[in-house]
Design a protein around this ligand. Structure first.
Ligand code: SF4
Length: 363
């Protein structure tokens, strides 16, 4: 197995090079690409438009190591969370978040995908951060989650997913290449053919990667997990801020804005009595003026073992009133899927044996 190349981890060019080496025509590479990144094939046998001998040849030389859906839970509000088993038995989660028109028909269908098994950054409010990092996901392990959630969307709502956010387990920019390459594949006309503007990649603020993202003119949206508007508070809940503080973030974002002429979205989890005062709102308003920005204020779903708690409605209202007084537009996002622990910062698969392979409820 180990000498076989994993085709689902290749980008389109690498797959095409592999097919060239086998002496295959260009259209074969396109067909194989589509089987992997559009039809979510789990084996070469499923690739019925390839000859039997080609399928046998592929099985000898290559493997397909995509994620396999292991379990599905659906919340009262329609949010669906799936657990995926990877080829080495590690587990990750993805969430499908439907939003409906007044008549009950599905409008937006957003998939939140994982980019790593666990995470190294240890943000204090985040269940994934408590696991530590096991490994990065490959391109196909990311696209496979999306395709599988897309199948659920088609089955449940009769339409394809409309948006993707890289906000599941892991820090996307800590696994930079597979993340941007998977996003490109999801926009490929032979794949899901999404518009890059329907894809948002989120980061805690890894400044080198923000600059690279700008220099490469990556067309996807950029979101920053901010969660605190001054260094003292941010250091307390996001250890990354100690080495990459708000000044460093500002400088990287200015570069992004100059290079791309694009704004960003700030995600701000509101915690009770921590970052929810009018003074915090004033600091956030200053950050909001660094470059054109959208602000999402997210109501946190409490996580066991985490001291930070969801802000009270009354404090939320005061916070929003202060932003509005300062003419900063912000949207409140209620965490979805409370009853299935699918909210922001809640995705985690507790490791019981030190290998990341055993699932148990972390909550
Ligand atoms: S919030 Fe993101 S970066 Fe922080 S620990 Fe969780 S997954 Fe990692």
């Amino acid at each position: 197995m180990s000498h076989r190349i994993n085709l689902s981890a290749l980008n389109r060019q690498q797959l095409s090079d592999f097919c060239n080496e086998l002496g295959l025509k260009r259209y074969r590479s396109d067909q194989i690409f589509q089987w992997i990144h559009f039809k979510n094939a789990g084996s070469f046998d499923e690739m019925t438009n390839l000859s039997k001998s080609l399928r046998e040849q592929l099985s000898e030389k290559a493997a397909l190591q995509g994620p396999v859906r292991a379990s599905t839970s659906r919340s009262k509000d329609g949010t669906t969370k799936c657990l995926f088993r990877l080829h080495d038995d590690k587990l990750v989660e993805a969430v499908l978040i439907p939003e409906f028109f007044d008549d009950g028909v599905a409008d937006r269908l957003t998939v939140c995908v994982s980019s790593q098994v666990g995470c190294v950054f240890g943000c204090s409010f985040c269940a994934t951060g408590k696991m530590g990092l096991f490994r990065n996901l490959s391109i196909g392990e990311i696209t496979g989650q999306v395709l599988s959630m897309n199948a659920i969307a088609e089955e449940s709502y009769g339409k394809r997913i409309t948006n993707i956010v890289y906000m599941g387990m892991g820090e996307p920019f800590h696994n930079y290449e597979p993340v941007v390459e998977s996003a490109a594949i999801l926009c490929d006309p032979l794949g899901l053919n999404l518009s890059p503007k329907r894809i948002t990649i989120s980061t805690v603020g890894l400044t080198k990667q923000i600059r690279r993202y700008a220099d490469e003119q990556q067309p996807f949206n950029l979101a920053i997990s901010l969660h605190a508007a001054d260094d003292t508070k941010r250091n307390k809940i996001m250890p990354i801020n100690e080495s990459m503080d708000l000044a460093a973030l500002r400088s990287a974002l200015s570069h992004y804005h100059r290079t791309m002429d694009q704004g960003v979205t700030y995600e701000y989890l509101l915690f009770d009595q921590f970052n929810d005062s009018p003074e915090d709102a004033r600091k956030l308003a200053r950050i909001a003026r660094w470059l054109p920005a959208k602000i999402n204020i997210i109501m946190y779903n409490n996580v066991d073992g985490v001291t930070l708690q969801r802000a009270k409605e009354e404090r939320l209202n005061r916070f929003m009133a202060e932003l509005s007084r300062l003419q900063v537009r912000a949207t409140v996002r209620r965490s979805r899927g409370d009853d299935i622990d699918a909210g922001c910062g809640q995705l985690a698969i507790k490791d019981q044996d030190g290998t990341g392979k055993t699932m148990a409820s972390s909550r």
